[in-house]
Design a protein around this ligand. Sequence first.
Ligand SMILES: Nc1ncnc2c1ncn2[C@@H]1O[C@H](COP(=O)(O)OP(=O)(O)O)[C@@H](O)[C@H]1O
Ligand SMILES: [Mg+2]
Length: 242
Amino acid sequence: MDDNVLIEIKNLHKKFSSVIAVNGINLTIKKSEALGLVGESGSGKSTLARLILKLIEPDGGEIFYPAIQNIRRDCQIVFQDLQTSLNPRMQVGEAIVEPLLVHKLLPRTKFAARVKELLEMVKLPATYARRFPHELSGGERQRVGIARALASEPRFLVLDEPVSALDVAIQVDVLTLLKGLKNRLNLTYLLIAHDLVVVSFMCDRIAVMQAGKIVEIGESRQILTMPQAEYTQKLLQATLQF
Ligand SMILES: Nc1ncnc2c1ncn2[C@@H]1O[C@H](COP(=O)(O)OP(=O)(O)O)[C@@H](O)[C@H]1O
Ligand SMILES: [Mg+2]
């Protein structure tokens, strides 16, 4: 297999009773790239992400991880809505180091220093370690989610609609932060969004998903200026209307 490949997906299928969520996907994620995944709600984006992270099992097909040793540690996800994915009774500091506890990656005596470092990475004050999720703004909660995802020093991050719930001005802040972290930590991203503008801000390549299939994939510039699939053209028109 090509040295540049981080994850290789072959003919992947996933059904939920009668719903075919992922229908024969082939996709290569290259080392250090930011790959965008766009498509309307229900097209199967999150299901594909969960399959890649091995949170669910496929009904058919295979995923290869030629350059990843430990999927649980090296592959992490940031969700859209941390209101629901952060434990409301857990302080920010505890939430951030929870993955380190789970993977036994760090002795307890080193936790405080690591929390401080991770908060710094996402540009939050160290004092935030003692806050509870309801004491944060939406943008701050996303930053905590990013810090938590980075705690185990992953190589690959799935960002599943990471800014969809935020005001536009805050979206830019969080995306800029993610862009900086990607370079600094040499990360590979799969950025899921329904907004082509968000994806093109960040991504080298874009895959367009419709009804469980990838209908088009290419360099971001090419997708934006010369979309081939009718569905991509429609998505683009819908984006440009706003
Ligand atoms: N756990 C599940 N049980 C049943 N149906 C599901 C489940 N997860 C996803 N689906 C269905 O699979 C399809 C794809 O969903 P999803 O991957 O969440 O799409 P997207 O992230 O693109 O909005 C949808 O029809 C959704 O209702
Ligand atoms: Mg989704």
